[in-house]
Design a binder for this molecule. Structure first.
Ligand code: FPP
Ligand code: MG
Length: 265
């Protein structure tokens, strides 16, 4: 009994201290848009003698924790690479498990009282929704509709996504728009293509900070258009399910240091 009380008190104190620290950090400049390449779920699973799908489930838990942190930091937009179009080439059992996880979690998120509901977050599924199984498409539509009017923050869950696919679709839409104008004007500009990018249609600013876990230093076709000249890249050897505040806070401090240095020029 006493040990339960002690555990509860310890967890409560930890949360209070964490939130106080995040409030202090939020008083400085914070990124408008953070993108996560959540890599290393299967290596984490192997290291911990778990099934690959458990690695993805634990990865989802890390995502919800990081979203809460970003919320307290007043970060306007988070994009997370949940499933690449290339991931369809993986073992069908793993793909099915990931799709079941997606359907289950999207359904959970579409309930009133969910994390998104409490925090006023609008969720966008960014990518080729038509490639998802029917039940995931239904759950995706539900959660997008339910959160459409939330304006406190944005979560882009990118699945099935690749930047090259997003850019191709954006160029096609820009050409279609140009042909529709009377007379047709094929002087397509960068701005015209930018306006058709899925993240822009979802109201997201350019990416300020892109973080990739698991020690791999690649962008893997993620947010290539949105990562502009000021995007800060961070690569950490930690597997995504183990990623947390101790690594995230120094990344935010680094962003703040650079933002202050820029403003004093
Ligand atoms: C990359 O690790 C991770 C993925 C392909 C899936 C990421 C998905 C989640 C964290 C859950 C997302 C949430 C929903 C709602 C679906 P990996 O499999 O490439 O691991 P490895 O690099 O160790 O092989
Ligand atoms: Mg990987």
């Amino acid at each position: 009994m006493l040990s339960y009380l002690t555990d509860d008190f310890y967890n409560w104190t930890r949360k209070v201290c964490r939130n106080a620290l995040l409030k202090v950090l939020a008083a400085g400049p914070v990124p408008l848009h953070i993108a996560f390449v959540m890599d290393g779920n299967r290596r984490y699973a192997r290291m911990n003698h778990k099934l690959a799908q458990q690695g993805h489930t634990d990865g989802y838990e890390t995502l919800t924790k990081m979203l809460e942190v970003c919320y307290y930091l007043n970060i306007k937009c988070v994009s997370a690479y949940a499933f690449s179009i290339e991931n369809f080439k993986r073992d069908p059992e793993e793909v099915n498990a990931l799709m079941r996880l997606a359907a289950e979690k999207l359904e959970e998120l579409s309930q009133h009282g969910s994390l998104l509901d409490q925090y006023g977050v609008r969720l966008n599924i960014v990518g080729r929704k038509d490639m998802l199984p029917e039940d995931v498409q239904v759950a995706a539509r539900q959660v997008e509709d339910m959160t459409r009017h939330n304006s406190r923050a944005i979560l882009n869950l990118c699945m099935p996504y690749t930047s090259r696919d997003e850019m191709t679709t954006a160029v096609q839409s820009a050409v279609r728009n140009a042909l529709k104008s009377d007379p047709p004007n094929l002087e397509i500009t960068e701005k015209d293509i930018d306006a058709e990018m899925l993240t822009n249609l979802a109201g997201s600013p350019p990416v300020d900070v892109l973080i990739r876990t698991s020690g791999v230093k690649r962008l893997s076709d993620f947010m290539l258009w949105q990562s502009c000249e000021d995007t800060q890249l961070h690569f950490t050897p930690t597997y995504w399910p183990d990623f947390g505040l101790t690594e995230f806070i120094p990344m935010i401090l680094d962003y703040q240091r650079k933002a202050w240095a820029r403003s004093s020029l």
